[in-house]
Design a protein around this ligand. Structure first.
Ligand code: ADP
Ligand code: MG
Length: 366
């Protein structure tokens, strides 16, 4: 069993990194607890594969430590780490049968044959590969090859963690959904730590209990899908999670008001205080599209806006409007009364979140 700790970890592919921009992983600390179903979510190029390869041992970090149950493993090769890794593209032996491919990781560790067979059959059954067991891998479709590749990651009993690096990229959408459910089942059955890398928030939240959101070489938030939605710790999380993401307004403190351009915004006392005392000029207020109320007539706290479009998405509508030259998205519940070009927007002040230098400092809770 293993708890995986990343301590003061940083990695640069450069021999002599000159600045932050030369780092694929920027100084970070993180703990993956034993048995968790985790997702590592972030856009392409943010450092997800680099981080996985450091955990599995394919890559040695340039700074900091990787600890398994408190033991430093930086120099330990992948085969001595009891970790399996499944990659984006199939890693299989074309000339071997499916059975032999699945058996390979076991035979490689000198597992007796009487134990190889039941394990291979079990994994083949889970992944619905049983009818293909005697086929040569080179004759398989791309989907089937990737399933075999995943099976090779799942077959070992001794692994304490399985790392998946965007494993369903080459799988067709319908099967994708099914395989993700399978992985979840396997997680529940075997209590193995799983880290699932993806750039897709839906994929992350259907697989994982906890998601690490990565941005620019750092984990900017680690939380449940709900926490990421309700309390994004970083503007990137607000923007990346949700559909569409959070709206942001650059604000400043003027005449005892929170000003967005020349518009005074109604905010809670706690947010107003935090803005007044901010030591940076990079101050933003965030509001999710779900918490903007749009109506045809004004109220005491609403702001006049210019409606650009309304898109009917079945169970809700997405309204795009402009305020202060900036585009906003608001989500209107089904059955919301129609509005014209000139409408009024009201933020739920309890749901406003204040970001200073991109990090959350205060929410509008009353
Ligand atoms: P992700 O998996 O999130 O798409 P990567 O970990 O592959 O991100 O890449 C992170 C950064 O490191 C990117 O800027 C990428 O160009 C760079 N990078 C990745 N692999 C290498 C490598 N082998 N040599 C040099 N730079 C690399
Ligand atoms: Mg990658």
């Amino acid at each position: 069993m293993a708890e995986i700790t990343l301590k003061g970890l940083a990695h640069s592919y450069e021999k002599t990194p000159k600045g932050a921009a030369d780092y694929a992983i920027r100084q970070m600390d993180h703990v993956w607890h034993q048995g968790g179903a985790y997702a590592l979510l972030g856009p392409s190029g943010c450092g997800k594969s680099t981080l996985l390869n450091i955990i599995s041992g394919l890559l040695e970090p340039s700074e900091g430590d990787v600890l398994f149950d408190g033991q430093r493993v930086n120099e330990l090769p992948p085969e001595e780490r009891n970790i399996a890794q499944v990659f984006q593209f199939p890693v299989i032996y074309d000339t071997m049968t499916v059975f032999d491919n699945l058996a390979f990781p076991l035979r490689n560790m000198n597992t007796p044959e009487y134990r190889v067979k039941p394990k291979v059959l079990e994994v083949a059954d889970i992944l619905e590969l049983t009818p293909l067991l005697n086929r040569k891998a080179k004759n398989l479709t791309a989907d089937e090859k990737q399933k075999v590749s995943m099976g090779r990651g799942l077959v070992r009993d001794d692994v304490t963690a399985i790392l998946f690096d965007e494993p369903l990229t080459v799988i067709d959408p319908q099967l994708k959904w099914k395989l993700r459910r399978k992985l979840k089942e396997i997680h529940e059955r075997f209590n193995i730590t799983m880290i699932y890398v993806t750039h897709d928030q839906l994929e992350a939240s259907t697989f994982a209990d906890k998601i690490a959101v990565m941005y620019d070489g750092q984990v900017v938030q680690f939380g449940t899908p709900r926490e990421l939605f309700e309390r994004p710790a970083h503007t990137f999380v607000g923007y990346f999670i949700g559909s569409p993401g959070m709206n942001f307004m650059a604000v400043k403190y003027q005449d005892e008001q929170a000003m967005f351009g020349n518009q005074s915004l109604p905010v809670s006392e706690s947010i107003k205080r935090a803005i007044a005392h901010a030591s940076s000029n990079n101050i933003k207020l965030g509001i999710r599209p779900e918490f903007i109320d749009i109506s045809a007539s004004p109220s005491t706290e609403s702001l006049p806006v210019e409606v650009i479009s309304v898109q009917d998405l079945g169970t809700y509508s997405l309204l795009t409007y402009k305020l202060n030259g900036q585009t906003f998205k608001a989500r209107l519940p089904e059955g919301h009364s129609p509005v014209g070009e000139a409408a009024f927007a009201e933020f739920d002040t309890a749901k406003l979140a204040l970001y200073i230098d991109e990090y959350l400092v205060e929410t509008g809770h009353e």
